[in-house]
Ligand binder design. Structure first.
Ligand code: ADP
Ligand code: MG
Length: 240
């Protein structure tokens, strides 16, 4: 059974059909890219999954829980989804440790501190426990954002162009490290990007989006070796 199941998702902005009957599944622990040109509808799909917009048709089910349907639109905070954006959106007045444990205030103090220390070790930032976000590099801030998202044990992490602002020199190293973290914690992710190298390095499967429809979904190597149509061939080829 899929962890995330999107069925027949359509989103219209007024008369403009932006997402057109899209199906997408993510298995437990799997990392899937939504890869497509600017304007193809990547962010719109994420907004439907997070509940920031109402779909025109379709169902979204996560861990057996209906998030979106004809009659349901579950509030974002009840979806158990972690979000990682381009701007790290850390709380500037809180330390690294306080940022990471922000979402688990309801947990007993000792357990909260243990969890916070485990997450600091996982992102290899123990020595930055009491630092503030402005004292960190962009890559370090993004690692803290990931630890903060993992603290609540989300069913799914969503990344929207999360690494686009980072220096290319460090970006791919960080992406590989974050992939290891997701694999070691068995966390599934939907990773939105228009960067082919990021999609190929980070993801188990890549869904190529073209004008609101999935042109092909495959492993990176199959996509590369067996593109199904001209759009995929050109889009993949253009990135090499
Ligand atoms: P991507 O993230 O792949 O760049 P988006 O999901 O942001 O694409 O946008 C897909 C299409 O929907 C684009 O044509 C965009 O202009 C349009 N669009 C996005 N948001 C809105 C909106 N709030 N109102 C009207 N059109 C929108
Ligand atoms: Mg976008």
């Amino acid at each position: 059974m899929s962890l995330l199941s999107i069925k027949n998702l359509s989103v219209n902005y007024g008369e403009h059909a932006v997402i057109k009957g899209l199906d997408l599944s993510i298995a437990s622990g799997e990392i899937v890219a939504l890869f497509g040109p600017s304007g193809s509808g990547k962010s719109t799909i994420l907004k439907a999954v997070t509940g920031l917009l109402k779909q025109t048709t379709g169902d979204v089910v996560l861990s057996g829980k209906v998030l979106n349907s004809g009659t349901v639109n579950l509030p974002t905070e009840q979806r158990n989804i972690g979000l990682i954006f381009q701007d790290y959106a850390l709380f500037p007045h809180l330390t690294v440790f306080e940022n990471i444990t922000f979402g688990i205030q309801n947990v007993e103090k000792k357990a909260r501190h243990k969890k916070g220390d485990e997450l600091l070790a996982l992102i290899k930032m123990a020595e930055y426990k009491n630092s503030y976000p402005h004292q960190l590099s962009g890559g370090q801030q993004q690692r803290v954002a990931i630890a903060r998202a993992l603290a609540t044990q989300p069913d799914l992490l969503l990344f929207d162009e999360a690494f686009s602002n980072l220096d290319p020199q460090f970006r791919f190293e960080l992406i590989e490290e974050i992939r290891d973290i997701l694999k070691s914690t068995k966390t599934a992710a939907l990773f939105v990007t228009h960067n082919q190298n990021e999609a190929f390095i980070f993801c188990d499967k890549i869904a190529v989006l073209h004008q609101g429809e999935i042109a092909q979904i495959d492993t990176p190597s199959d996509l590369f070796d067996y593109p199904v149509n001209e759009f995929v061939t050109e889009f993949i080829g253009a990135g090499v």
